[in-house]
Design a protein around this ligand. Sequence first.
Ligand code: ZN
Length: 190
Amino acid sequence: MHIKFCSSCGARVALKAPDGDTRERSVCIECGVVHYQNPKIVVGCVPERDGKILLCKRAIEPRYGFWTAPAGFMELGEDIAEGAARETLEEACAEVRIGRLFASVDVIYAGQLHLFFTARLLGDYAPGDESLEVRLFDVPEIPWDEMAFSSNSFALKKFIEDAGRDNGVHRRVISDKRSTRAAGSGLPGK
Ligand code: ZN
C-alpha cells in the first residue's frame, strides 16, 4: 500500500518515522513532505421497496459479475449519506431516500471502513456504467453465494434481521480475507 514517489515533487520517498511520530511513514527524500496514508471510507445503502432489496451485478473488477449493494468510495465535499445516495444513482440509476446508518465494517486488510445506510427506493432503476444488471430481490432470492464482498453480506444480513427496527449500528471487523469477528466496544481495557 506504500507509495514510491512524492506527489508534491516527484522524488523518491523513504519509509521512516517522522520526528515525534511512532509509525513509519512515506517521507519525501527531497522536499520532506510526509505522505500520510489512512483508511478510505466506502459508503453504501440497502435500497428497499415493498420488502424487496435492490442489488447491482458488478461490471468492474474486483469481483466482476458478483452482486453488491450500491456502495463506493466517498468523495471530497460530500457527507456519508450524500455519498451513499450518489453511489446508488451511479450504479443503479436509482434515487433513494437515505435512512439511518445501521452497519459499520472495518475492512482492515484493505485499509477501508465500509458504512451502510437503510434506504427507500423511490423510482425506477437501471444498470449504471459499473453494473451489468440491477434488480429487486425478494429476501429468499438473495444470491448469498454470489455476493461480491463479505462486508456487504454482513450488512444485508443485519438489515434483514432488523426488519425495519432500529437496533443501532451493527459492527464487524474483517482483519484479513478469511478472518472476521464481531467488533468490540472500542473502549480501552475491554
Ligand atoms: Zn517531495
